[in-house]
Design a binder for this molecule. Structure first.
Ligand SMILES: Nc1ncnc2c1ncn2[C@@H]1O[C@H](COP(=O)(O)OP(=O)(O)O)[C@@H](O)[C@H]1O
Ligand SMILES: [Mg+2]
Length: 260
């Protein structure tokens, strides 16, 4: 039986889809059978981020409406054969989608996969509730910005009433140079405020936006590997984003980064 995990945040644009896609890849490369589901009805972009949008013939709505079998809607990743994507519907018509139907699809997937990752839409309304209702665990993604931390706090308190088996925190888009000089909200402060179990700190990384493949910089890959291992093994190894900005060479790096 798979672990069914929703990746959520409240606020949009903090990296839910990015983390879902890259966590899926890491878990698949560790040897697990993984399916990632786009729950963002109408604003689907998990397929785009994963570079498989041209291969999507059927989506979640097709499965629910009986236009295809579940297996037909799964798109296998070429590089990581144990990783599959189930795209969300392109048309904004979610009248047919209710919690029970989605849960039915997720439960069927859970029978054959090790991990079912649900990429949640922004907000805390119907789309959020639909995604959370199908999951047993939740990863809350937050960035080091007050508005994101506030939203994460709100989401965590809603999730407290959802009888989940686990709630975890991922801090995304952390600037190592700012963290070293404590120019922004620090990782420790965020953890202390949100009081959730931290499983990953992911650096702000240009390779995400510039890269044409899903292979990122060494730092990003290392941070994502630790995140996947923490999630799977319960370990507590957090990537030190600020390391290269500490000490003499770090100060030099910081000043160069400020100038460019
Ligand atoms: N760690 C990161 N470093 C740099 N850019 C990032 C990072 N995480 C996400 N992004 C960028 O932020 C934007 C929003 O990310 P996305 O995953 O779509 O957020 P969400 O799904 O929460 O709306 C995208 O352009 C994405 O490439
Ligand atoms: Mg998204």
């Amino acid at each position: 039986m798979a672990r069914k995990i929703v990746i959520t945040s409240g606020k949009g644009g903090v990296g839910k889809t990015t983390i879902t896609a890259r966590l899926g890849i890491k878990l698949a490369s560790l040897g697990f059978r993984v399916v990632v589901l786009d729950m963002d009805i109408g604003l689907n972009n998990l397929d785009v981020v994963m570079g498989i949008e041209q291969q999507v013939n059927f989506d979640l709505l097709d499965v629910i409406c009986g236009n295809c079998r579940l297996k037909q809607a799964l798109v296998q990743n070429e590089k990581y054969p144990s990783l599959y994507v189930l795209a969300s519907t392109h048309a904004y018509d979610d009248a047919y989608l209710n919690k029970e139907q989605i849960k039915g699809v997720v439960d069927k997937l859970a029978e054959v996969f090790d991990y079912v990752l649900l990429d949640c839409p922004a907000g805390v309304d119907e789309g959020f509730r639909r995604a959370v209702a199908s999951a047993e665990e939740a990863i809350v993604v937050v960035t080091p910005h007050i508005s994101s931390v506030r939203d994460a706090d709100k989401v965590l308190s809603i999730l407290s009433g959802c009888e989940l088996l686990g709630k975890y925190l991922v801090i995304n888009r952390v600037r190592g140079d700012f963290e070293a000089t404590q120019e922004t909200l620090g990782i420790e402060e965020i953890i202390r405020f949100l009081k959730a179990r931290i499983i990953g700190v992911v650096p702000e990384d240009d390779s995400i936006t510039k890269g044409e493949t899903l292979v990122g910089s060494y730092q990003l890959e290392r941070a994502m590997t630790l995140l996947a291992e923490n999630l799977h093994n319960g370990t507590k190894k957090i990537f030190d984003v600020a390391k290269k900005y500490r000490g003499f060479w770090g100060a030099l790096r910081r000043s160069i980064k400020k100038k460019v």
